[in-house]
Design a protein around this ligand. Structure first.
Ligand code: NAD
Length: 353
């Protein structure tokens, strides 16, 4: 059997229901005495609760985390952090709050405790994507990885169904691309396929019963597995395209992943037949893996076209050009014409074969 040794996953993970109640003791384990609480604007209630649980550690709050981690937002938060002499970051929310925590930590060296409330998976990766002047750049370093992750299923119960769907497909995308990554190995394959199977099972259950803690826990575990895949191996064309569409065209992160994934898979299918066969099996799909993902999304009422997300048809050619401007590993060579054809299919929302 091949060896598969990687540095992936956070230093400490607490997973369960009601685990947010332990956040003060977890922060103290990291040496916190002055906590800066980070969140997105819609998380005010959860922030209030955490403030009480963490009492008396919080010295300041910054609720302005935003998609794609804009550098100007990080700079404003940095002023708050320095103004209050914070010595630990506690972020609650999705990839936006966790991205801000990473951006602050990389600039200050402060420890990070994060409580994920979506399925984006950023908590499990040493990767930070930031946007400045309409361009998204990504860096990776071991110290970017959050020190402690507290998953509390209860915090996910309020995630609206539409966001749950797109966020879960964002997680699915990590697992799918991990299966055809050049660094893929037996351990990342195992985790990725388990994530695919769990998402295919748990997502319809969550959309049918959004307040069911069992279904939510299943989906959160799947997202965690998918996040560790994202942290362990490089991503391909699908992620590159979504970064381009988000960074240069302001497209919403998770919804764009949801629309593009079946089409990026269809582009790669002929060059990664084994991965696609495994994905189709894990999805329980009768037909191809790309069609299986498209049907899963359509079946839970998720977005299926870039047109529906407000992308201008006139921008597709430029997006294709940007997405192939620099080489990166992908099973099939990303050509400008091929990627533009893929984007046209995604714009119309055509079901792949
Ligand atoms: P997000 O963090 O912006 O959350 C989406 C929306 O849902 C926000 O309005 C948020 O306030 C709200 N929300 C979150 N949790 C909620 C809850 N439980 N109840 C009610 N509302 C809730 O978006 P996201 O999709 O989680 O993350 C996307 C961002 O994360 C992007 O910037 C993306 O680039 C980044 N990301 C980074 C990595 C990485 O490894 N670096 C991985 C995945 C995503």
């Amino acid at each position: 059997m091949e060896d598969d040794v990687r540095d992936a996953g956070p230093a400490r993970v607490v997973f369960g229901t009601g685990t947010a109640d332990r956040v003060r003791e977890e922060a103290e384990r990291l040496g916190a005495t002055r906590v800066l609480l980070l969140s997105t604007p819609s998380q005010a209630r959860t922030v209030r609760r955490l403030r009480e649980i963490l009492n008396p550690l919080p010295v300041a709050e910054f609720g302005g985390a935003a998609l794609h981690t804009p550098v100007e937002v990080t700079e404003r938060a940095l002023e708050v952090l320095r103004g209050h002499g914070a010595d630990c970051l506690v972020a609650v929310g999705g990839g936006s709050a966790i991205g801000l925590s990473k951006a602050l930590s990389v600039r200050t060296g402060l420890p990070q405790l994060v409580l994920p409330t979506t399925y984006a998976g950023s908590e499990a990766t040493p990767v930070l994507g930031e946007t400045e002047h309409g361009r998204k750049t990504t860096r990776s370093a071991p110290e970017i990885l959050p020190d402690t992750v507290v998953y509390d299923v209860e915090l996910t119960l309020t995630l609206p169904v539409a966001v749950s769907v797109t966020s879960a497909v964002n997680a699915l995308a990590h697992a799918v691309e991990a299966l055809y990554a050049p660094e893929a190995g037996p351990e990342s394959d195992r985790r990725a396929l388990e994530a695919v199977a769990r998402i295919a099972r748990a997502l319809p259950a969550v959309t049918a019963r959004p307040s069911d803690p069992e279904a939510r826990a299943d989906l959160l575990q799947a997202a965690r597995l998918a996040g560790t895949c994202l942290g362990a191996v490089g991503m391909g064309l699908h992620h590159k395209l979504c970064h381009t569409l988000g960074g240069a065209f302001g497209m919403p992160h998770a919804a764009t992943h949801t629309v593009v994934l079946p089409h990026a898979m269809a582009y790669n299918a002929s060059a990664a037949p084994d991965a696609m066969a495994c994905i189709a099996r894990a999805l329980g799909a009768d037909g191809s893996a790309p069609a299986g993902v498209y049907d899963l999304v359509a079946g839970v009422g998720g977005p299926t076209s870039l047109r529906g997300l407000g992308m201008a048809e006139a921008d597709l050619a430029r997006a294709a050009e940007l997405a192939v401007a620099q080489p990166y590993p992908n099973p099939r060579d990303p050509t400008r014409e091929g990627v533009e054809a893929l984007l046209i299919d995604a714009w119309h929302g055509r079901r792949p074969d």
